[in-house]
Structure formats: C-alpha cells, structure tokens
Design a protein around this ligand. Structure first.
Ligand SMILES: *Cc1c(COP(=O)(O)O)cnc(C)c1O
Length: 356
C-alpha cells in the first residue's frame, strides 16, 4: 500500500454517540468526513479529513440540475475481538470509477480512496456499533460542482465520504418480503445508466416503490425496459432464484447494477459446488416454474441486507408464494456464511475482508 498525504483536522465539538439499539438507517452521521477536490487542469487535489459539516455550493452547480453524480455503499464491521473489517472495499472504488466513466466524471485514484476510507473510519472508530448485525455504513460519493447551466461535464467535482452507524437489518430474524412485479415503470434500459450507481436511477424508481407500498408490497421486481419480460433487479438489489436445484441470476447486460454481494454469492456457490448460472430469465419462466412446483427460493442481494428472501411475488393478479413465505435453506446458508466472513466469525478463504 502506498502512503498518502491526507490532511486531518479533528473536530473540537464531538457529538454524542446515540444508543446503538435505536439507530435508523442513514440518519445519524459520525464526527468526521473526507473531502477531495477536483479542478480541471489540476486534477484531484487536497484530500482531507475534516469535522462533519454542511457544504456550501453555488445554486448553479451542475449536480443540482443535471444529476452528474455517482455513489457507493459499503460497510465496516466490528469483530468480537475488537477488530474492524471492511468487505472488498477495492471493489467499491473500482466500481465507482466505472460509474465515473459512464457519467463523464474524472477517475479517482482507487488506492488513495481506500486509504482515506480506512483513515476516516479509524478516526471515528468509536461510532462503529458492536451489537450483532450492526455496522458502520460508508457512503463515498462524487458531485459535479461547477456553476454552469449548460449541459456538459462539469469542470469541478468533490469526492466525499460520510459514515453512518446502522442497526441490524434483521432485528427479529430474517424476514421474507412481498414483491410486486412492476409492469408499467422500468428502472433502466439497455444503453442507459442502469449499470452505474448514479442518483437519477434512484429518483426514477421512487414512483414504482410508492405505488407498490400502497398495495402492501415492500418493493418492486424490475423487468427489462424493452420487452418488459426479462428480470433485472428487485428494488435496489440484485436477484437470485433457486429453481429445481439450480441457482439462476440475471446476467450482467448493461442495465443491471453489478453488485459486489451478487458477485461474492456466485463465487461462494461455486466454492460449494452448487450449480449457479448467469443468464436471461423471464417472468413467464418464473411463473411456469412456480406452477410446476420447481420455484424453491428467491432472494435479493445487496450490501444493506446481504440477503433479502422473497416470500411472495404479485404478478398478473396472481400471488406466487415461495417456500410458504418462509426463508429458504440456501438463503439462510448464504446469509450466515457471508455475514460470518464479514464479522470475522467464519474463515475467509477468498481474502475478501480487509482489516483496518
Ligand atoms: C448498490 C446496488 C446493488 C447492490 O450492490 P452491492 O454492491 O451488492 O451492494 C444492486 N442494485 C442496485 C440498483 C444498486 O444500486
């Protein structure tokens, strides 16, 4: 690891750390943040850790008008022996650069970003909750800051990292969710920005989620933007099915976000010699498998939940109830193994975790 010069200004007014059993996702932030500026002609400069604070931007800043922005999400975990582990942070920084490519944002030095992340977490390490299932959520992001109303790539940017302690995703054991298959709206199209982690994708998905929740469904299943037939993702997670003993996940096609959890689960399944394929799969095929009694499990995957089992799909006025609406065996096994690696209670044969 190269050494990086990151200027550190410590906060003189430390906040009170809230009780960890009452944390709501993404509403509490730690004492410090990381900032790094980009100026055209100068490149990325002045990486620094400063007290957590509001930022001042020109109202004409490009990000407000045309959404030139990207983000990442990962977690830091407290182990039983007082260590702090990160899960594949290099993957997040390389994906951030892929998103940067798509949004015409200049590349960052991934190694510097990981180093900054580690230093920031170390400074705010008292904020990492210790109870089972809790973690520190890490949000790196980049915004276009040039005051300019023309539609063009900004000349200036800011990269920031903020940290938020989060409670256990599953407080009362893993709970399967009910999912409405979305037949009107689409999340992404081939050639669009679906494979980049950029704000607009999420703004565009709110309406469908809102409609689904009015009908008692916690998220939507997204179909492809062209034929509205092939399965893409579930909410803001990747999706897996277990059909007749085989695990299937939609292949990376340009509109699906390439999840690090998804990738890790595929590697884990191969390690276990459980058949797993990445291919196009239609909602009709799922419905057919269901009627044939072959649809054994379905689950969403992402950093926040790791695994989110799906207990029911609503599609064409029919409720497809999977595994009696209960968490499947494989879903549970993957959840236990992955969280075991992340919290350091299980061996990590893949070398995925990084010690702070
Ligand atoms: C972040 C994200 C995922 C999951 O990615 P992970 O790296 O596993 O957290 C999946 N789909 C969408 C749309 C996402 O934004």
């Amino acid at each position: 690891m190269r050494e990086f010069e990151i200027k550190i200004t410590l906060s003189t007014a430390k906040k009170t750390i809230p009780p960890f059993d009452r944390l709501e996702f993404g509403r509490t932030f730690t004492d410090h943040m990381f900032i790094w500026d980009y100026t055209e002609g100068k490149g990325w400069h002045d990486p620094r850790i400063v007290p957590y604070q509001p930022i001042t931007l020109d109202p004409a800043a490009t990000v407000f008008h045309y959404g030139q922005t990207v983000f990442e999400g990962l977690k830091a975990y407290h182990t039983k022996d007082e260590q702090i582990l990160l899960f594949r942070p290099d993957q997040n920084m390389s994906r951030l650069n892929k998103s940067n490519d798509r949004l015409c944002i200049p590349h960052i030095d991934e190694e510097l970003a990981v180093s900054a992340l580690k230093q920031l977490i170390n400074i705010d390490r008292d904020w990492i909750p210790t109870a089972e299932g809790t973690s520190l959520y890490v949000r790196p992001f980049i915004i276009a800051t040039e005051p300019y109303l023309g539609v063009a790539p900004s000349r200036n940017y800011q990269f920031m990292i903020i940290l938020s302690p989060v409670g256990a995703y599953y407080k009362e054991g893993i709970n399967p969710v009910k999912i409405a298959v979305e037949s009107d709206f689409v999340r992404a199209v081939a050639g669009g920005t679906g494979n980049a982690k950029t704000g607009g994708n999420y703004a565009g998905s709110l309406k469908a989620s809102e409609n689904a929740s009015k009908n008692g469904y916690s998220q939507v299943l997204w179909l492809d933007g062209k034929e509205k037939q092939y399965i893409e993702e579930v909410g803001s997670m990747n999706i897996f099915f277990k059909i007749n003993g085989e695990v299937i996940t939609p292949e990376i096609n340009g509109s699906i976000l390439e999840g690090i959890t998804r990738k890790s689960i595929i590697e884990l399944l191969r390690y276990w010699n459980i058949p797993v394929v990445e291919r196009r799969i239609s909602i009709d095929e799922i419905q057919q498998a269901y009627h044939d009694g072959l649809l054994e499990e379905a689950f969403g995957t992402g950093t926040a939940a790791v695994i989110s089992p799906i207990g029911e799909f609503f599609w064409q006025n029919e409720k497809l109830v999977i595994n009696n609406g209960e968490t499947g065996k494989l879903s549970k096994k993957i959840y236990d193994s992955l969280t075991g690696i992340q919290y350091g209670t299980e061996p990590d044969p893949f070398g995925w975790t990084v010690r702070l």
